[in-house]
Design a protein around this ligand. Structure first.
Ligand SMILES: NC(=O)c1ccc[n+]([C@@H]2O[C@H](COP(=O)([O-])OP(=O)(O)OC[C@H]3O[C@@H](n4cnc5c(N)ncnc54)[C@H](O)[C@@H]3O)[C@@H](O)[C@H]2O)c1
Length: 437
């Protein structure tokens, strides 16, 4: 596939050199640019500046086609291209923060090159940066060019792995791009994009990259902790984790990966606590697993803070059981929320057609009685009457209320906090916020 696009790739390290060679393979004309003359000379000589299987052969092939070249001269690289990809390093600072010095420098150089040429130029940031960085750097260095329509800006995170970088570039595990304005066209950089690329905001695309890496780190740490517990107990944890991975409904799946309600129910809090205690008894350190209950508690606190910030002293909780379709109140975050709000002298009403105190039995009944003795007096069955308050915050955790009633009755004096992403609420509530969005 030969495309007429000319692309300058800034930074010829692990990401940039693979990107340059693979885009040339795709048919683009590519100019690699690096401040290290040695890396530029290596590309020109058909050598890979980094060790990556297959890269040297690909660079040699692309040199023969004449589609790849390299320079230390940023201005000429910008002049001879219509798209610039920024792949320079973003190392850690001494305090663990992010050093954006190289991105800042290259953004300045690209901007100065663009000012000396005609026509639209697109700048695609690929270096990993914290949310807000791309917009700030772009605005500082070439805000005027964006405003005048001469420059398009994107953040396109890179997910390749060293060792299989060429294969990962050709078939990415994930491809999503952030645009400067929501919904802006990505047509100008079509040659760079994968066919499956999803569009989002700049900041969301930046966070996506960190979410992926934090998730990968969580997976490794979790597997290693299970490994250490297994070792201490004489169990082959490799086989345990292999079986865990066979469950593609709950374990290796989108399930449990939606921001929303804190976890609850009769199993997760109890079992996480027991496992953590056993690890301690075995003298096995498991900080990831130990942190789960604390993380969950903090999430509940963030919900309480949202209710407090909303201001109204009258709160209606819609949905009490820990998930839809059950009356199980054990470990219910909404029950904990009700108890906390009562302690803080809020007026609390609860609407949940699944919950009838007289039907609660056994551990379920004991948990509810211990955590929220006043439950029976707080439950309301008439939603319309419950909404009759001068100022009220609704905390809605499951879709157990009649949408038509909410549509008719909700007014600006009702502030809705949507805990789990009931999408219809955003459209019908005059005052709406999501817990995590
Ligand atoms: N290495 C990976 O596997 C990987 C994967 C995904 C994302 N990333 C991210 O991609 C970015 C690049 O990572 P890397 O591993 O390729 O870094 P790297 O250190 O290997 O390469 C960066 C290159 O940028 C060059 N450079 C610095 N300033 C420059 C300038 N002003 N103009 C031109 N070139 C300049 C450096 O000389 C160097 O060759 C980082 O933000 C990293 O977090 C890395």
């Amino acid at each position: 596939m030969e495309t007429s696009s000319s692309i300058s790739v800034f930074g010829l390290g692990y990401v940039g050199s693979v990107t340059a060679a693979c885009l040339a393979e795709r048919g683009c004309r590519v100019i690699g640019c690096d401040v290290q003359a040695a890396k530029v000379e290596q590309i020109q000589a058909g050598e890979a500046p980094i060790s990556e299987p297959g890269l040297e052969e690909l660079i040699q092939q692309q040199l023969e086609t004449g589609r790849i070249s390299a320079t230390v001269d940023a201005e000429s690289a910008v002049r001879d291209s219509e798209i610039s990809l920024i792949c320079v390093g973003t190392p850690s600072t001494a305090s663990g923060g992010l050093d954006l010095r190289f991105v800042e420098a290259v953004a300045g150089e690209i901007a100065s090159g663009i000012r000396k040429k005609e026509g639209l130029h697109s700048i695609v940031f690929r270096s990993t940066m914290l949310p807000g960085s791309t917009r700030r750097i772009a605005t500082e260095h070439f805000g005027d060019l964006i405003e005048s329509g001469k420059v398009d800006v994107f953040f396109y995170p890179e997910f390749l792995r060293q060792g299989s970088a060429l294969a990962d570039f050709r078939v990415p595990s994930l491809s999503a791009i952030g645009t400067f304005e929501p919904g802006a066209s990505t047509e100008s950089i079509a040659a760079v994009l994968d066919s499956e690329t999803e569009t989002m905001t700049l900041e969301a695309a930046e966070l996506l990259k960190y979410a992926c890496n934090a998730f990968h780190a969580t997976k490794v740490s979790f597997a290693n902790e299970i490994g250490r517990i297994g070792k201490a107990l004489g169990i082959d944890s490799t086989s345990v984790m292999a079986q865990l991975c066979r469950d593609e409904r709950l374990n290796i799946s989108p399930y449990y990966l939606r921001p929303g309600t804190p976890f609850g129910g009769s199993c997760l809090p109890k079992d996480v606590s027991a496992l953590s205690l056993q690890a301690r008894a075995l003298n096995v350190s498991t900080p990831t697993i130990d942190s789960l209950l604390e993380s969950n508690r903090r999430h509940l606190e963030s919900l309480i803070e949202r209710v407090e910030a909303a201001g109204a002293r009258d709160v209606l909780l819609v949905g009490l059981a820990f998930k839809a379709g059950t009356d199980d109140l054990r470990g219910s975050a909404m029950l904990e929320l009700a108890a906390s709000l009562l302690m803080k002298d809020y007026t609390v009403h609860i609407f949940d057609p699944d919950v009838a105190p007289r039907n609660l039995i056994g551990a379920n009944q004991r948990f509810a009685a211990a955590k929220l003795p006043a439950l029976e007096t707080l439950l309301v069955s008439d939603l319309v009457a419950a909404l009759d308050a001068p100022q009220q915050t609704l905390v809605i955790s499951k879709p157990c209320a009649d949408l038509e009633i909410l549509k008719t009755e909700l007014s600006p004096c009702h502030h809705v906090i949507d805990v789990n992403g009931w999408s219809a609420l955003a459209e019908i509530a005059p005052s709406y916020e999501g817990l995590c969005w």
